[in-house]
Design a protein around this ligand. Structure first.
Ligand code: GRF
Length: 198
């Protein structure tokens, strides 16, 4: 199945880049079609420019109404015939219009083993700090389908990552991020091959 990928990313976009690279080197058959960021200065937008992928800055500063912003995001994805939406470090909630249009076709990555260490307020380094504080022996990566609740949609892939005794939140974050890049690509490949059915 040819997947047309639309990315939403708020910051650096290293997960997005790993997927773009896998498309370029033919590990994936999918095509990166559009990048949307709520942050006009994000690394994700810089990467889109460099890769010649159409991009949009869509946020509360471009659309003061939440509903209009939601529709603009939906329309930007539709304009490029996207059929799989990839959240890659996107810090905002998707609205009902976008979720309805792409029902079961939106993926998110979370840097822990959901349902643990997920939900509102659990993002970025805070996740890894909580894992270390709880003295967990393992953390990991979760890929799930997005619905209207934060970090609660059906899990489609999960990979464990060890936590070492001398880990800081930063060393753990780095180890998890490397696995995130591999896991996102592998998951999209399984969707292409219909080994994972959405
Ligand atoms: C990743 O840890 C991802 O799991 C989380 O935000 C981070 C994004 O990193 N949701 P990047 O922007 O892909 O580099």
């Amino acid at each position: 199945m040819e997947l047309r990928l639309g990315f939403l990313a708020s910051h650096n976009g290293s997960n997005m880049q790993a997927i773009i690279d896998a498309c370029k080197n033919k590990t994936l058959k999918s095509k990166p079609c559009v990048v949307i960021s709520n942050n006009s200065k994000s690394g994700a937008i810089e990467r889109a420019k460099k890769e010649n992928i159409p991009y949009y800055h869509l946020s509360s500063s471009t659309h003061s109404s939440e509903e209009e912003l939601d529709k603009a995001i939906r329309d930007a994805l539709k304009s490029q015939n996207v059929n799989l939406v990839i959240l890659a470090g996107y810090m905002k909630r998707l609205g009902p219009h976008t979720l309805k249009e792409f029902n079961n076709r939106v993926l998110n990555i979370h840097p822990a083993l959901l349902p643990k260490y997920g939900g509102e307020g659990m993002y970025g380094i805070l996740v890894h700090e909580a894992v270390i504080k709880a003295k967990e022996k393992k953390s990991g990566v979760t890929i799930h389908i997005v619905n209207s609740e934060y970090d609660r949609g059906p899990v489609i892939n999960q990979v464990e990552v060890p936590v070492y005794e001398n880990d800081s939140a930063e060393t753990l974050a780095q180890r998890v991020l490397t696995v995130e890049h591999q896991t996102y690509v592998e998951t999209i490949k399984k969707i292409e091959e219909e080994k994972i059915k959405l």
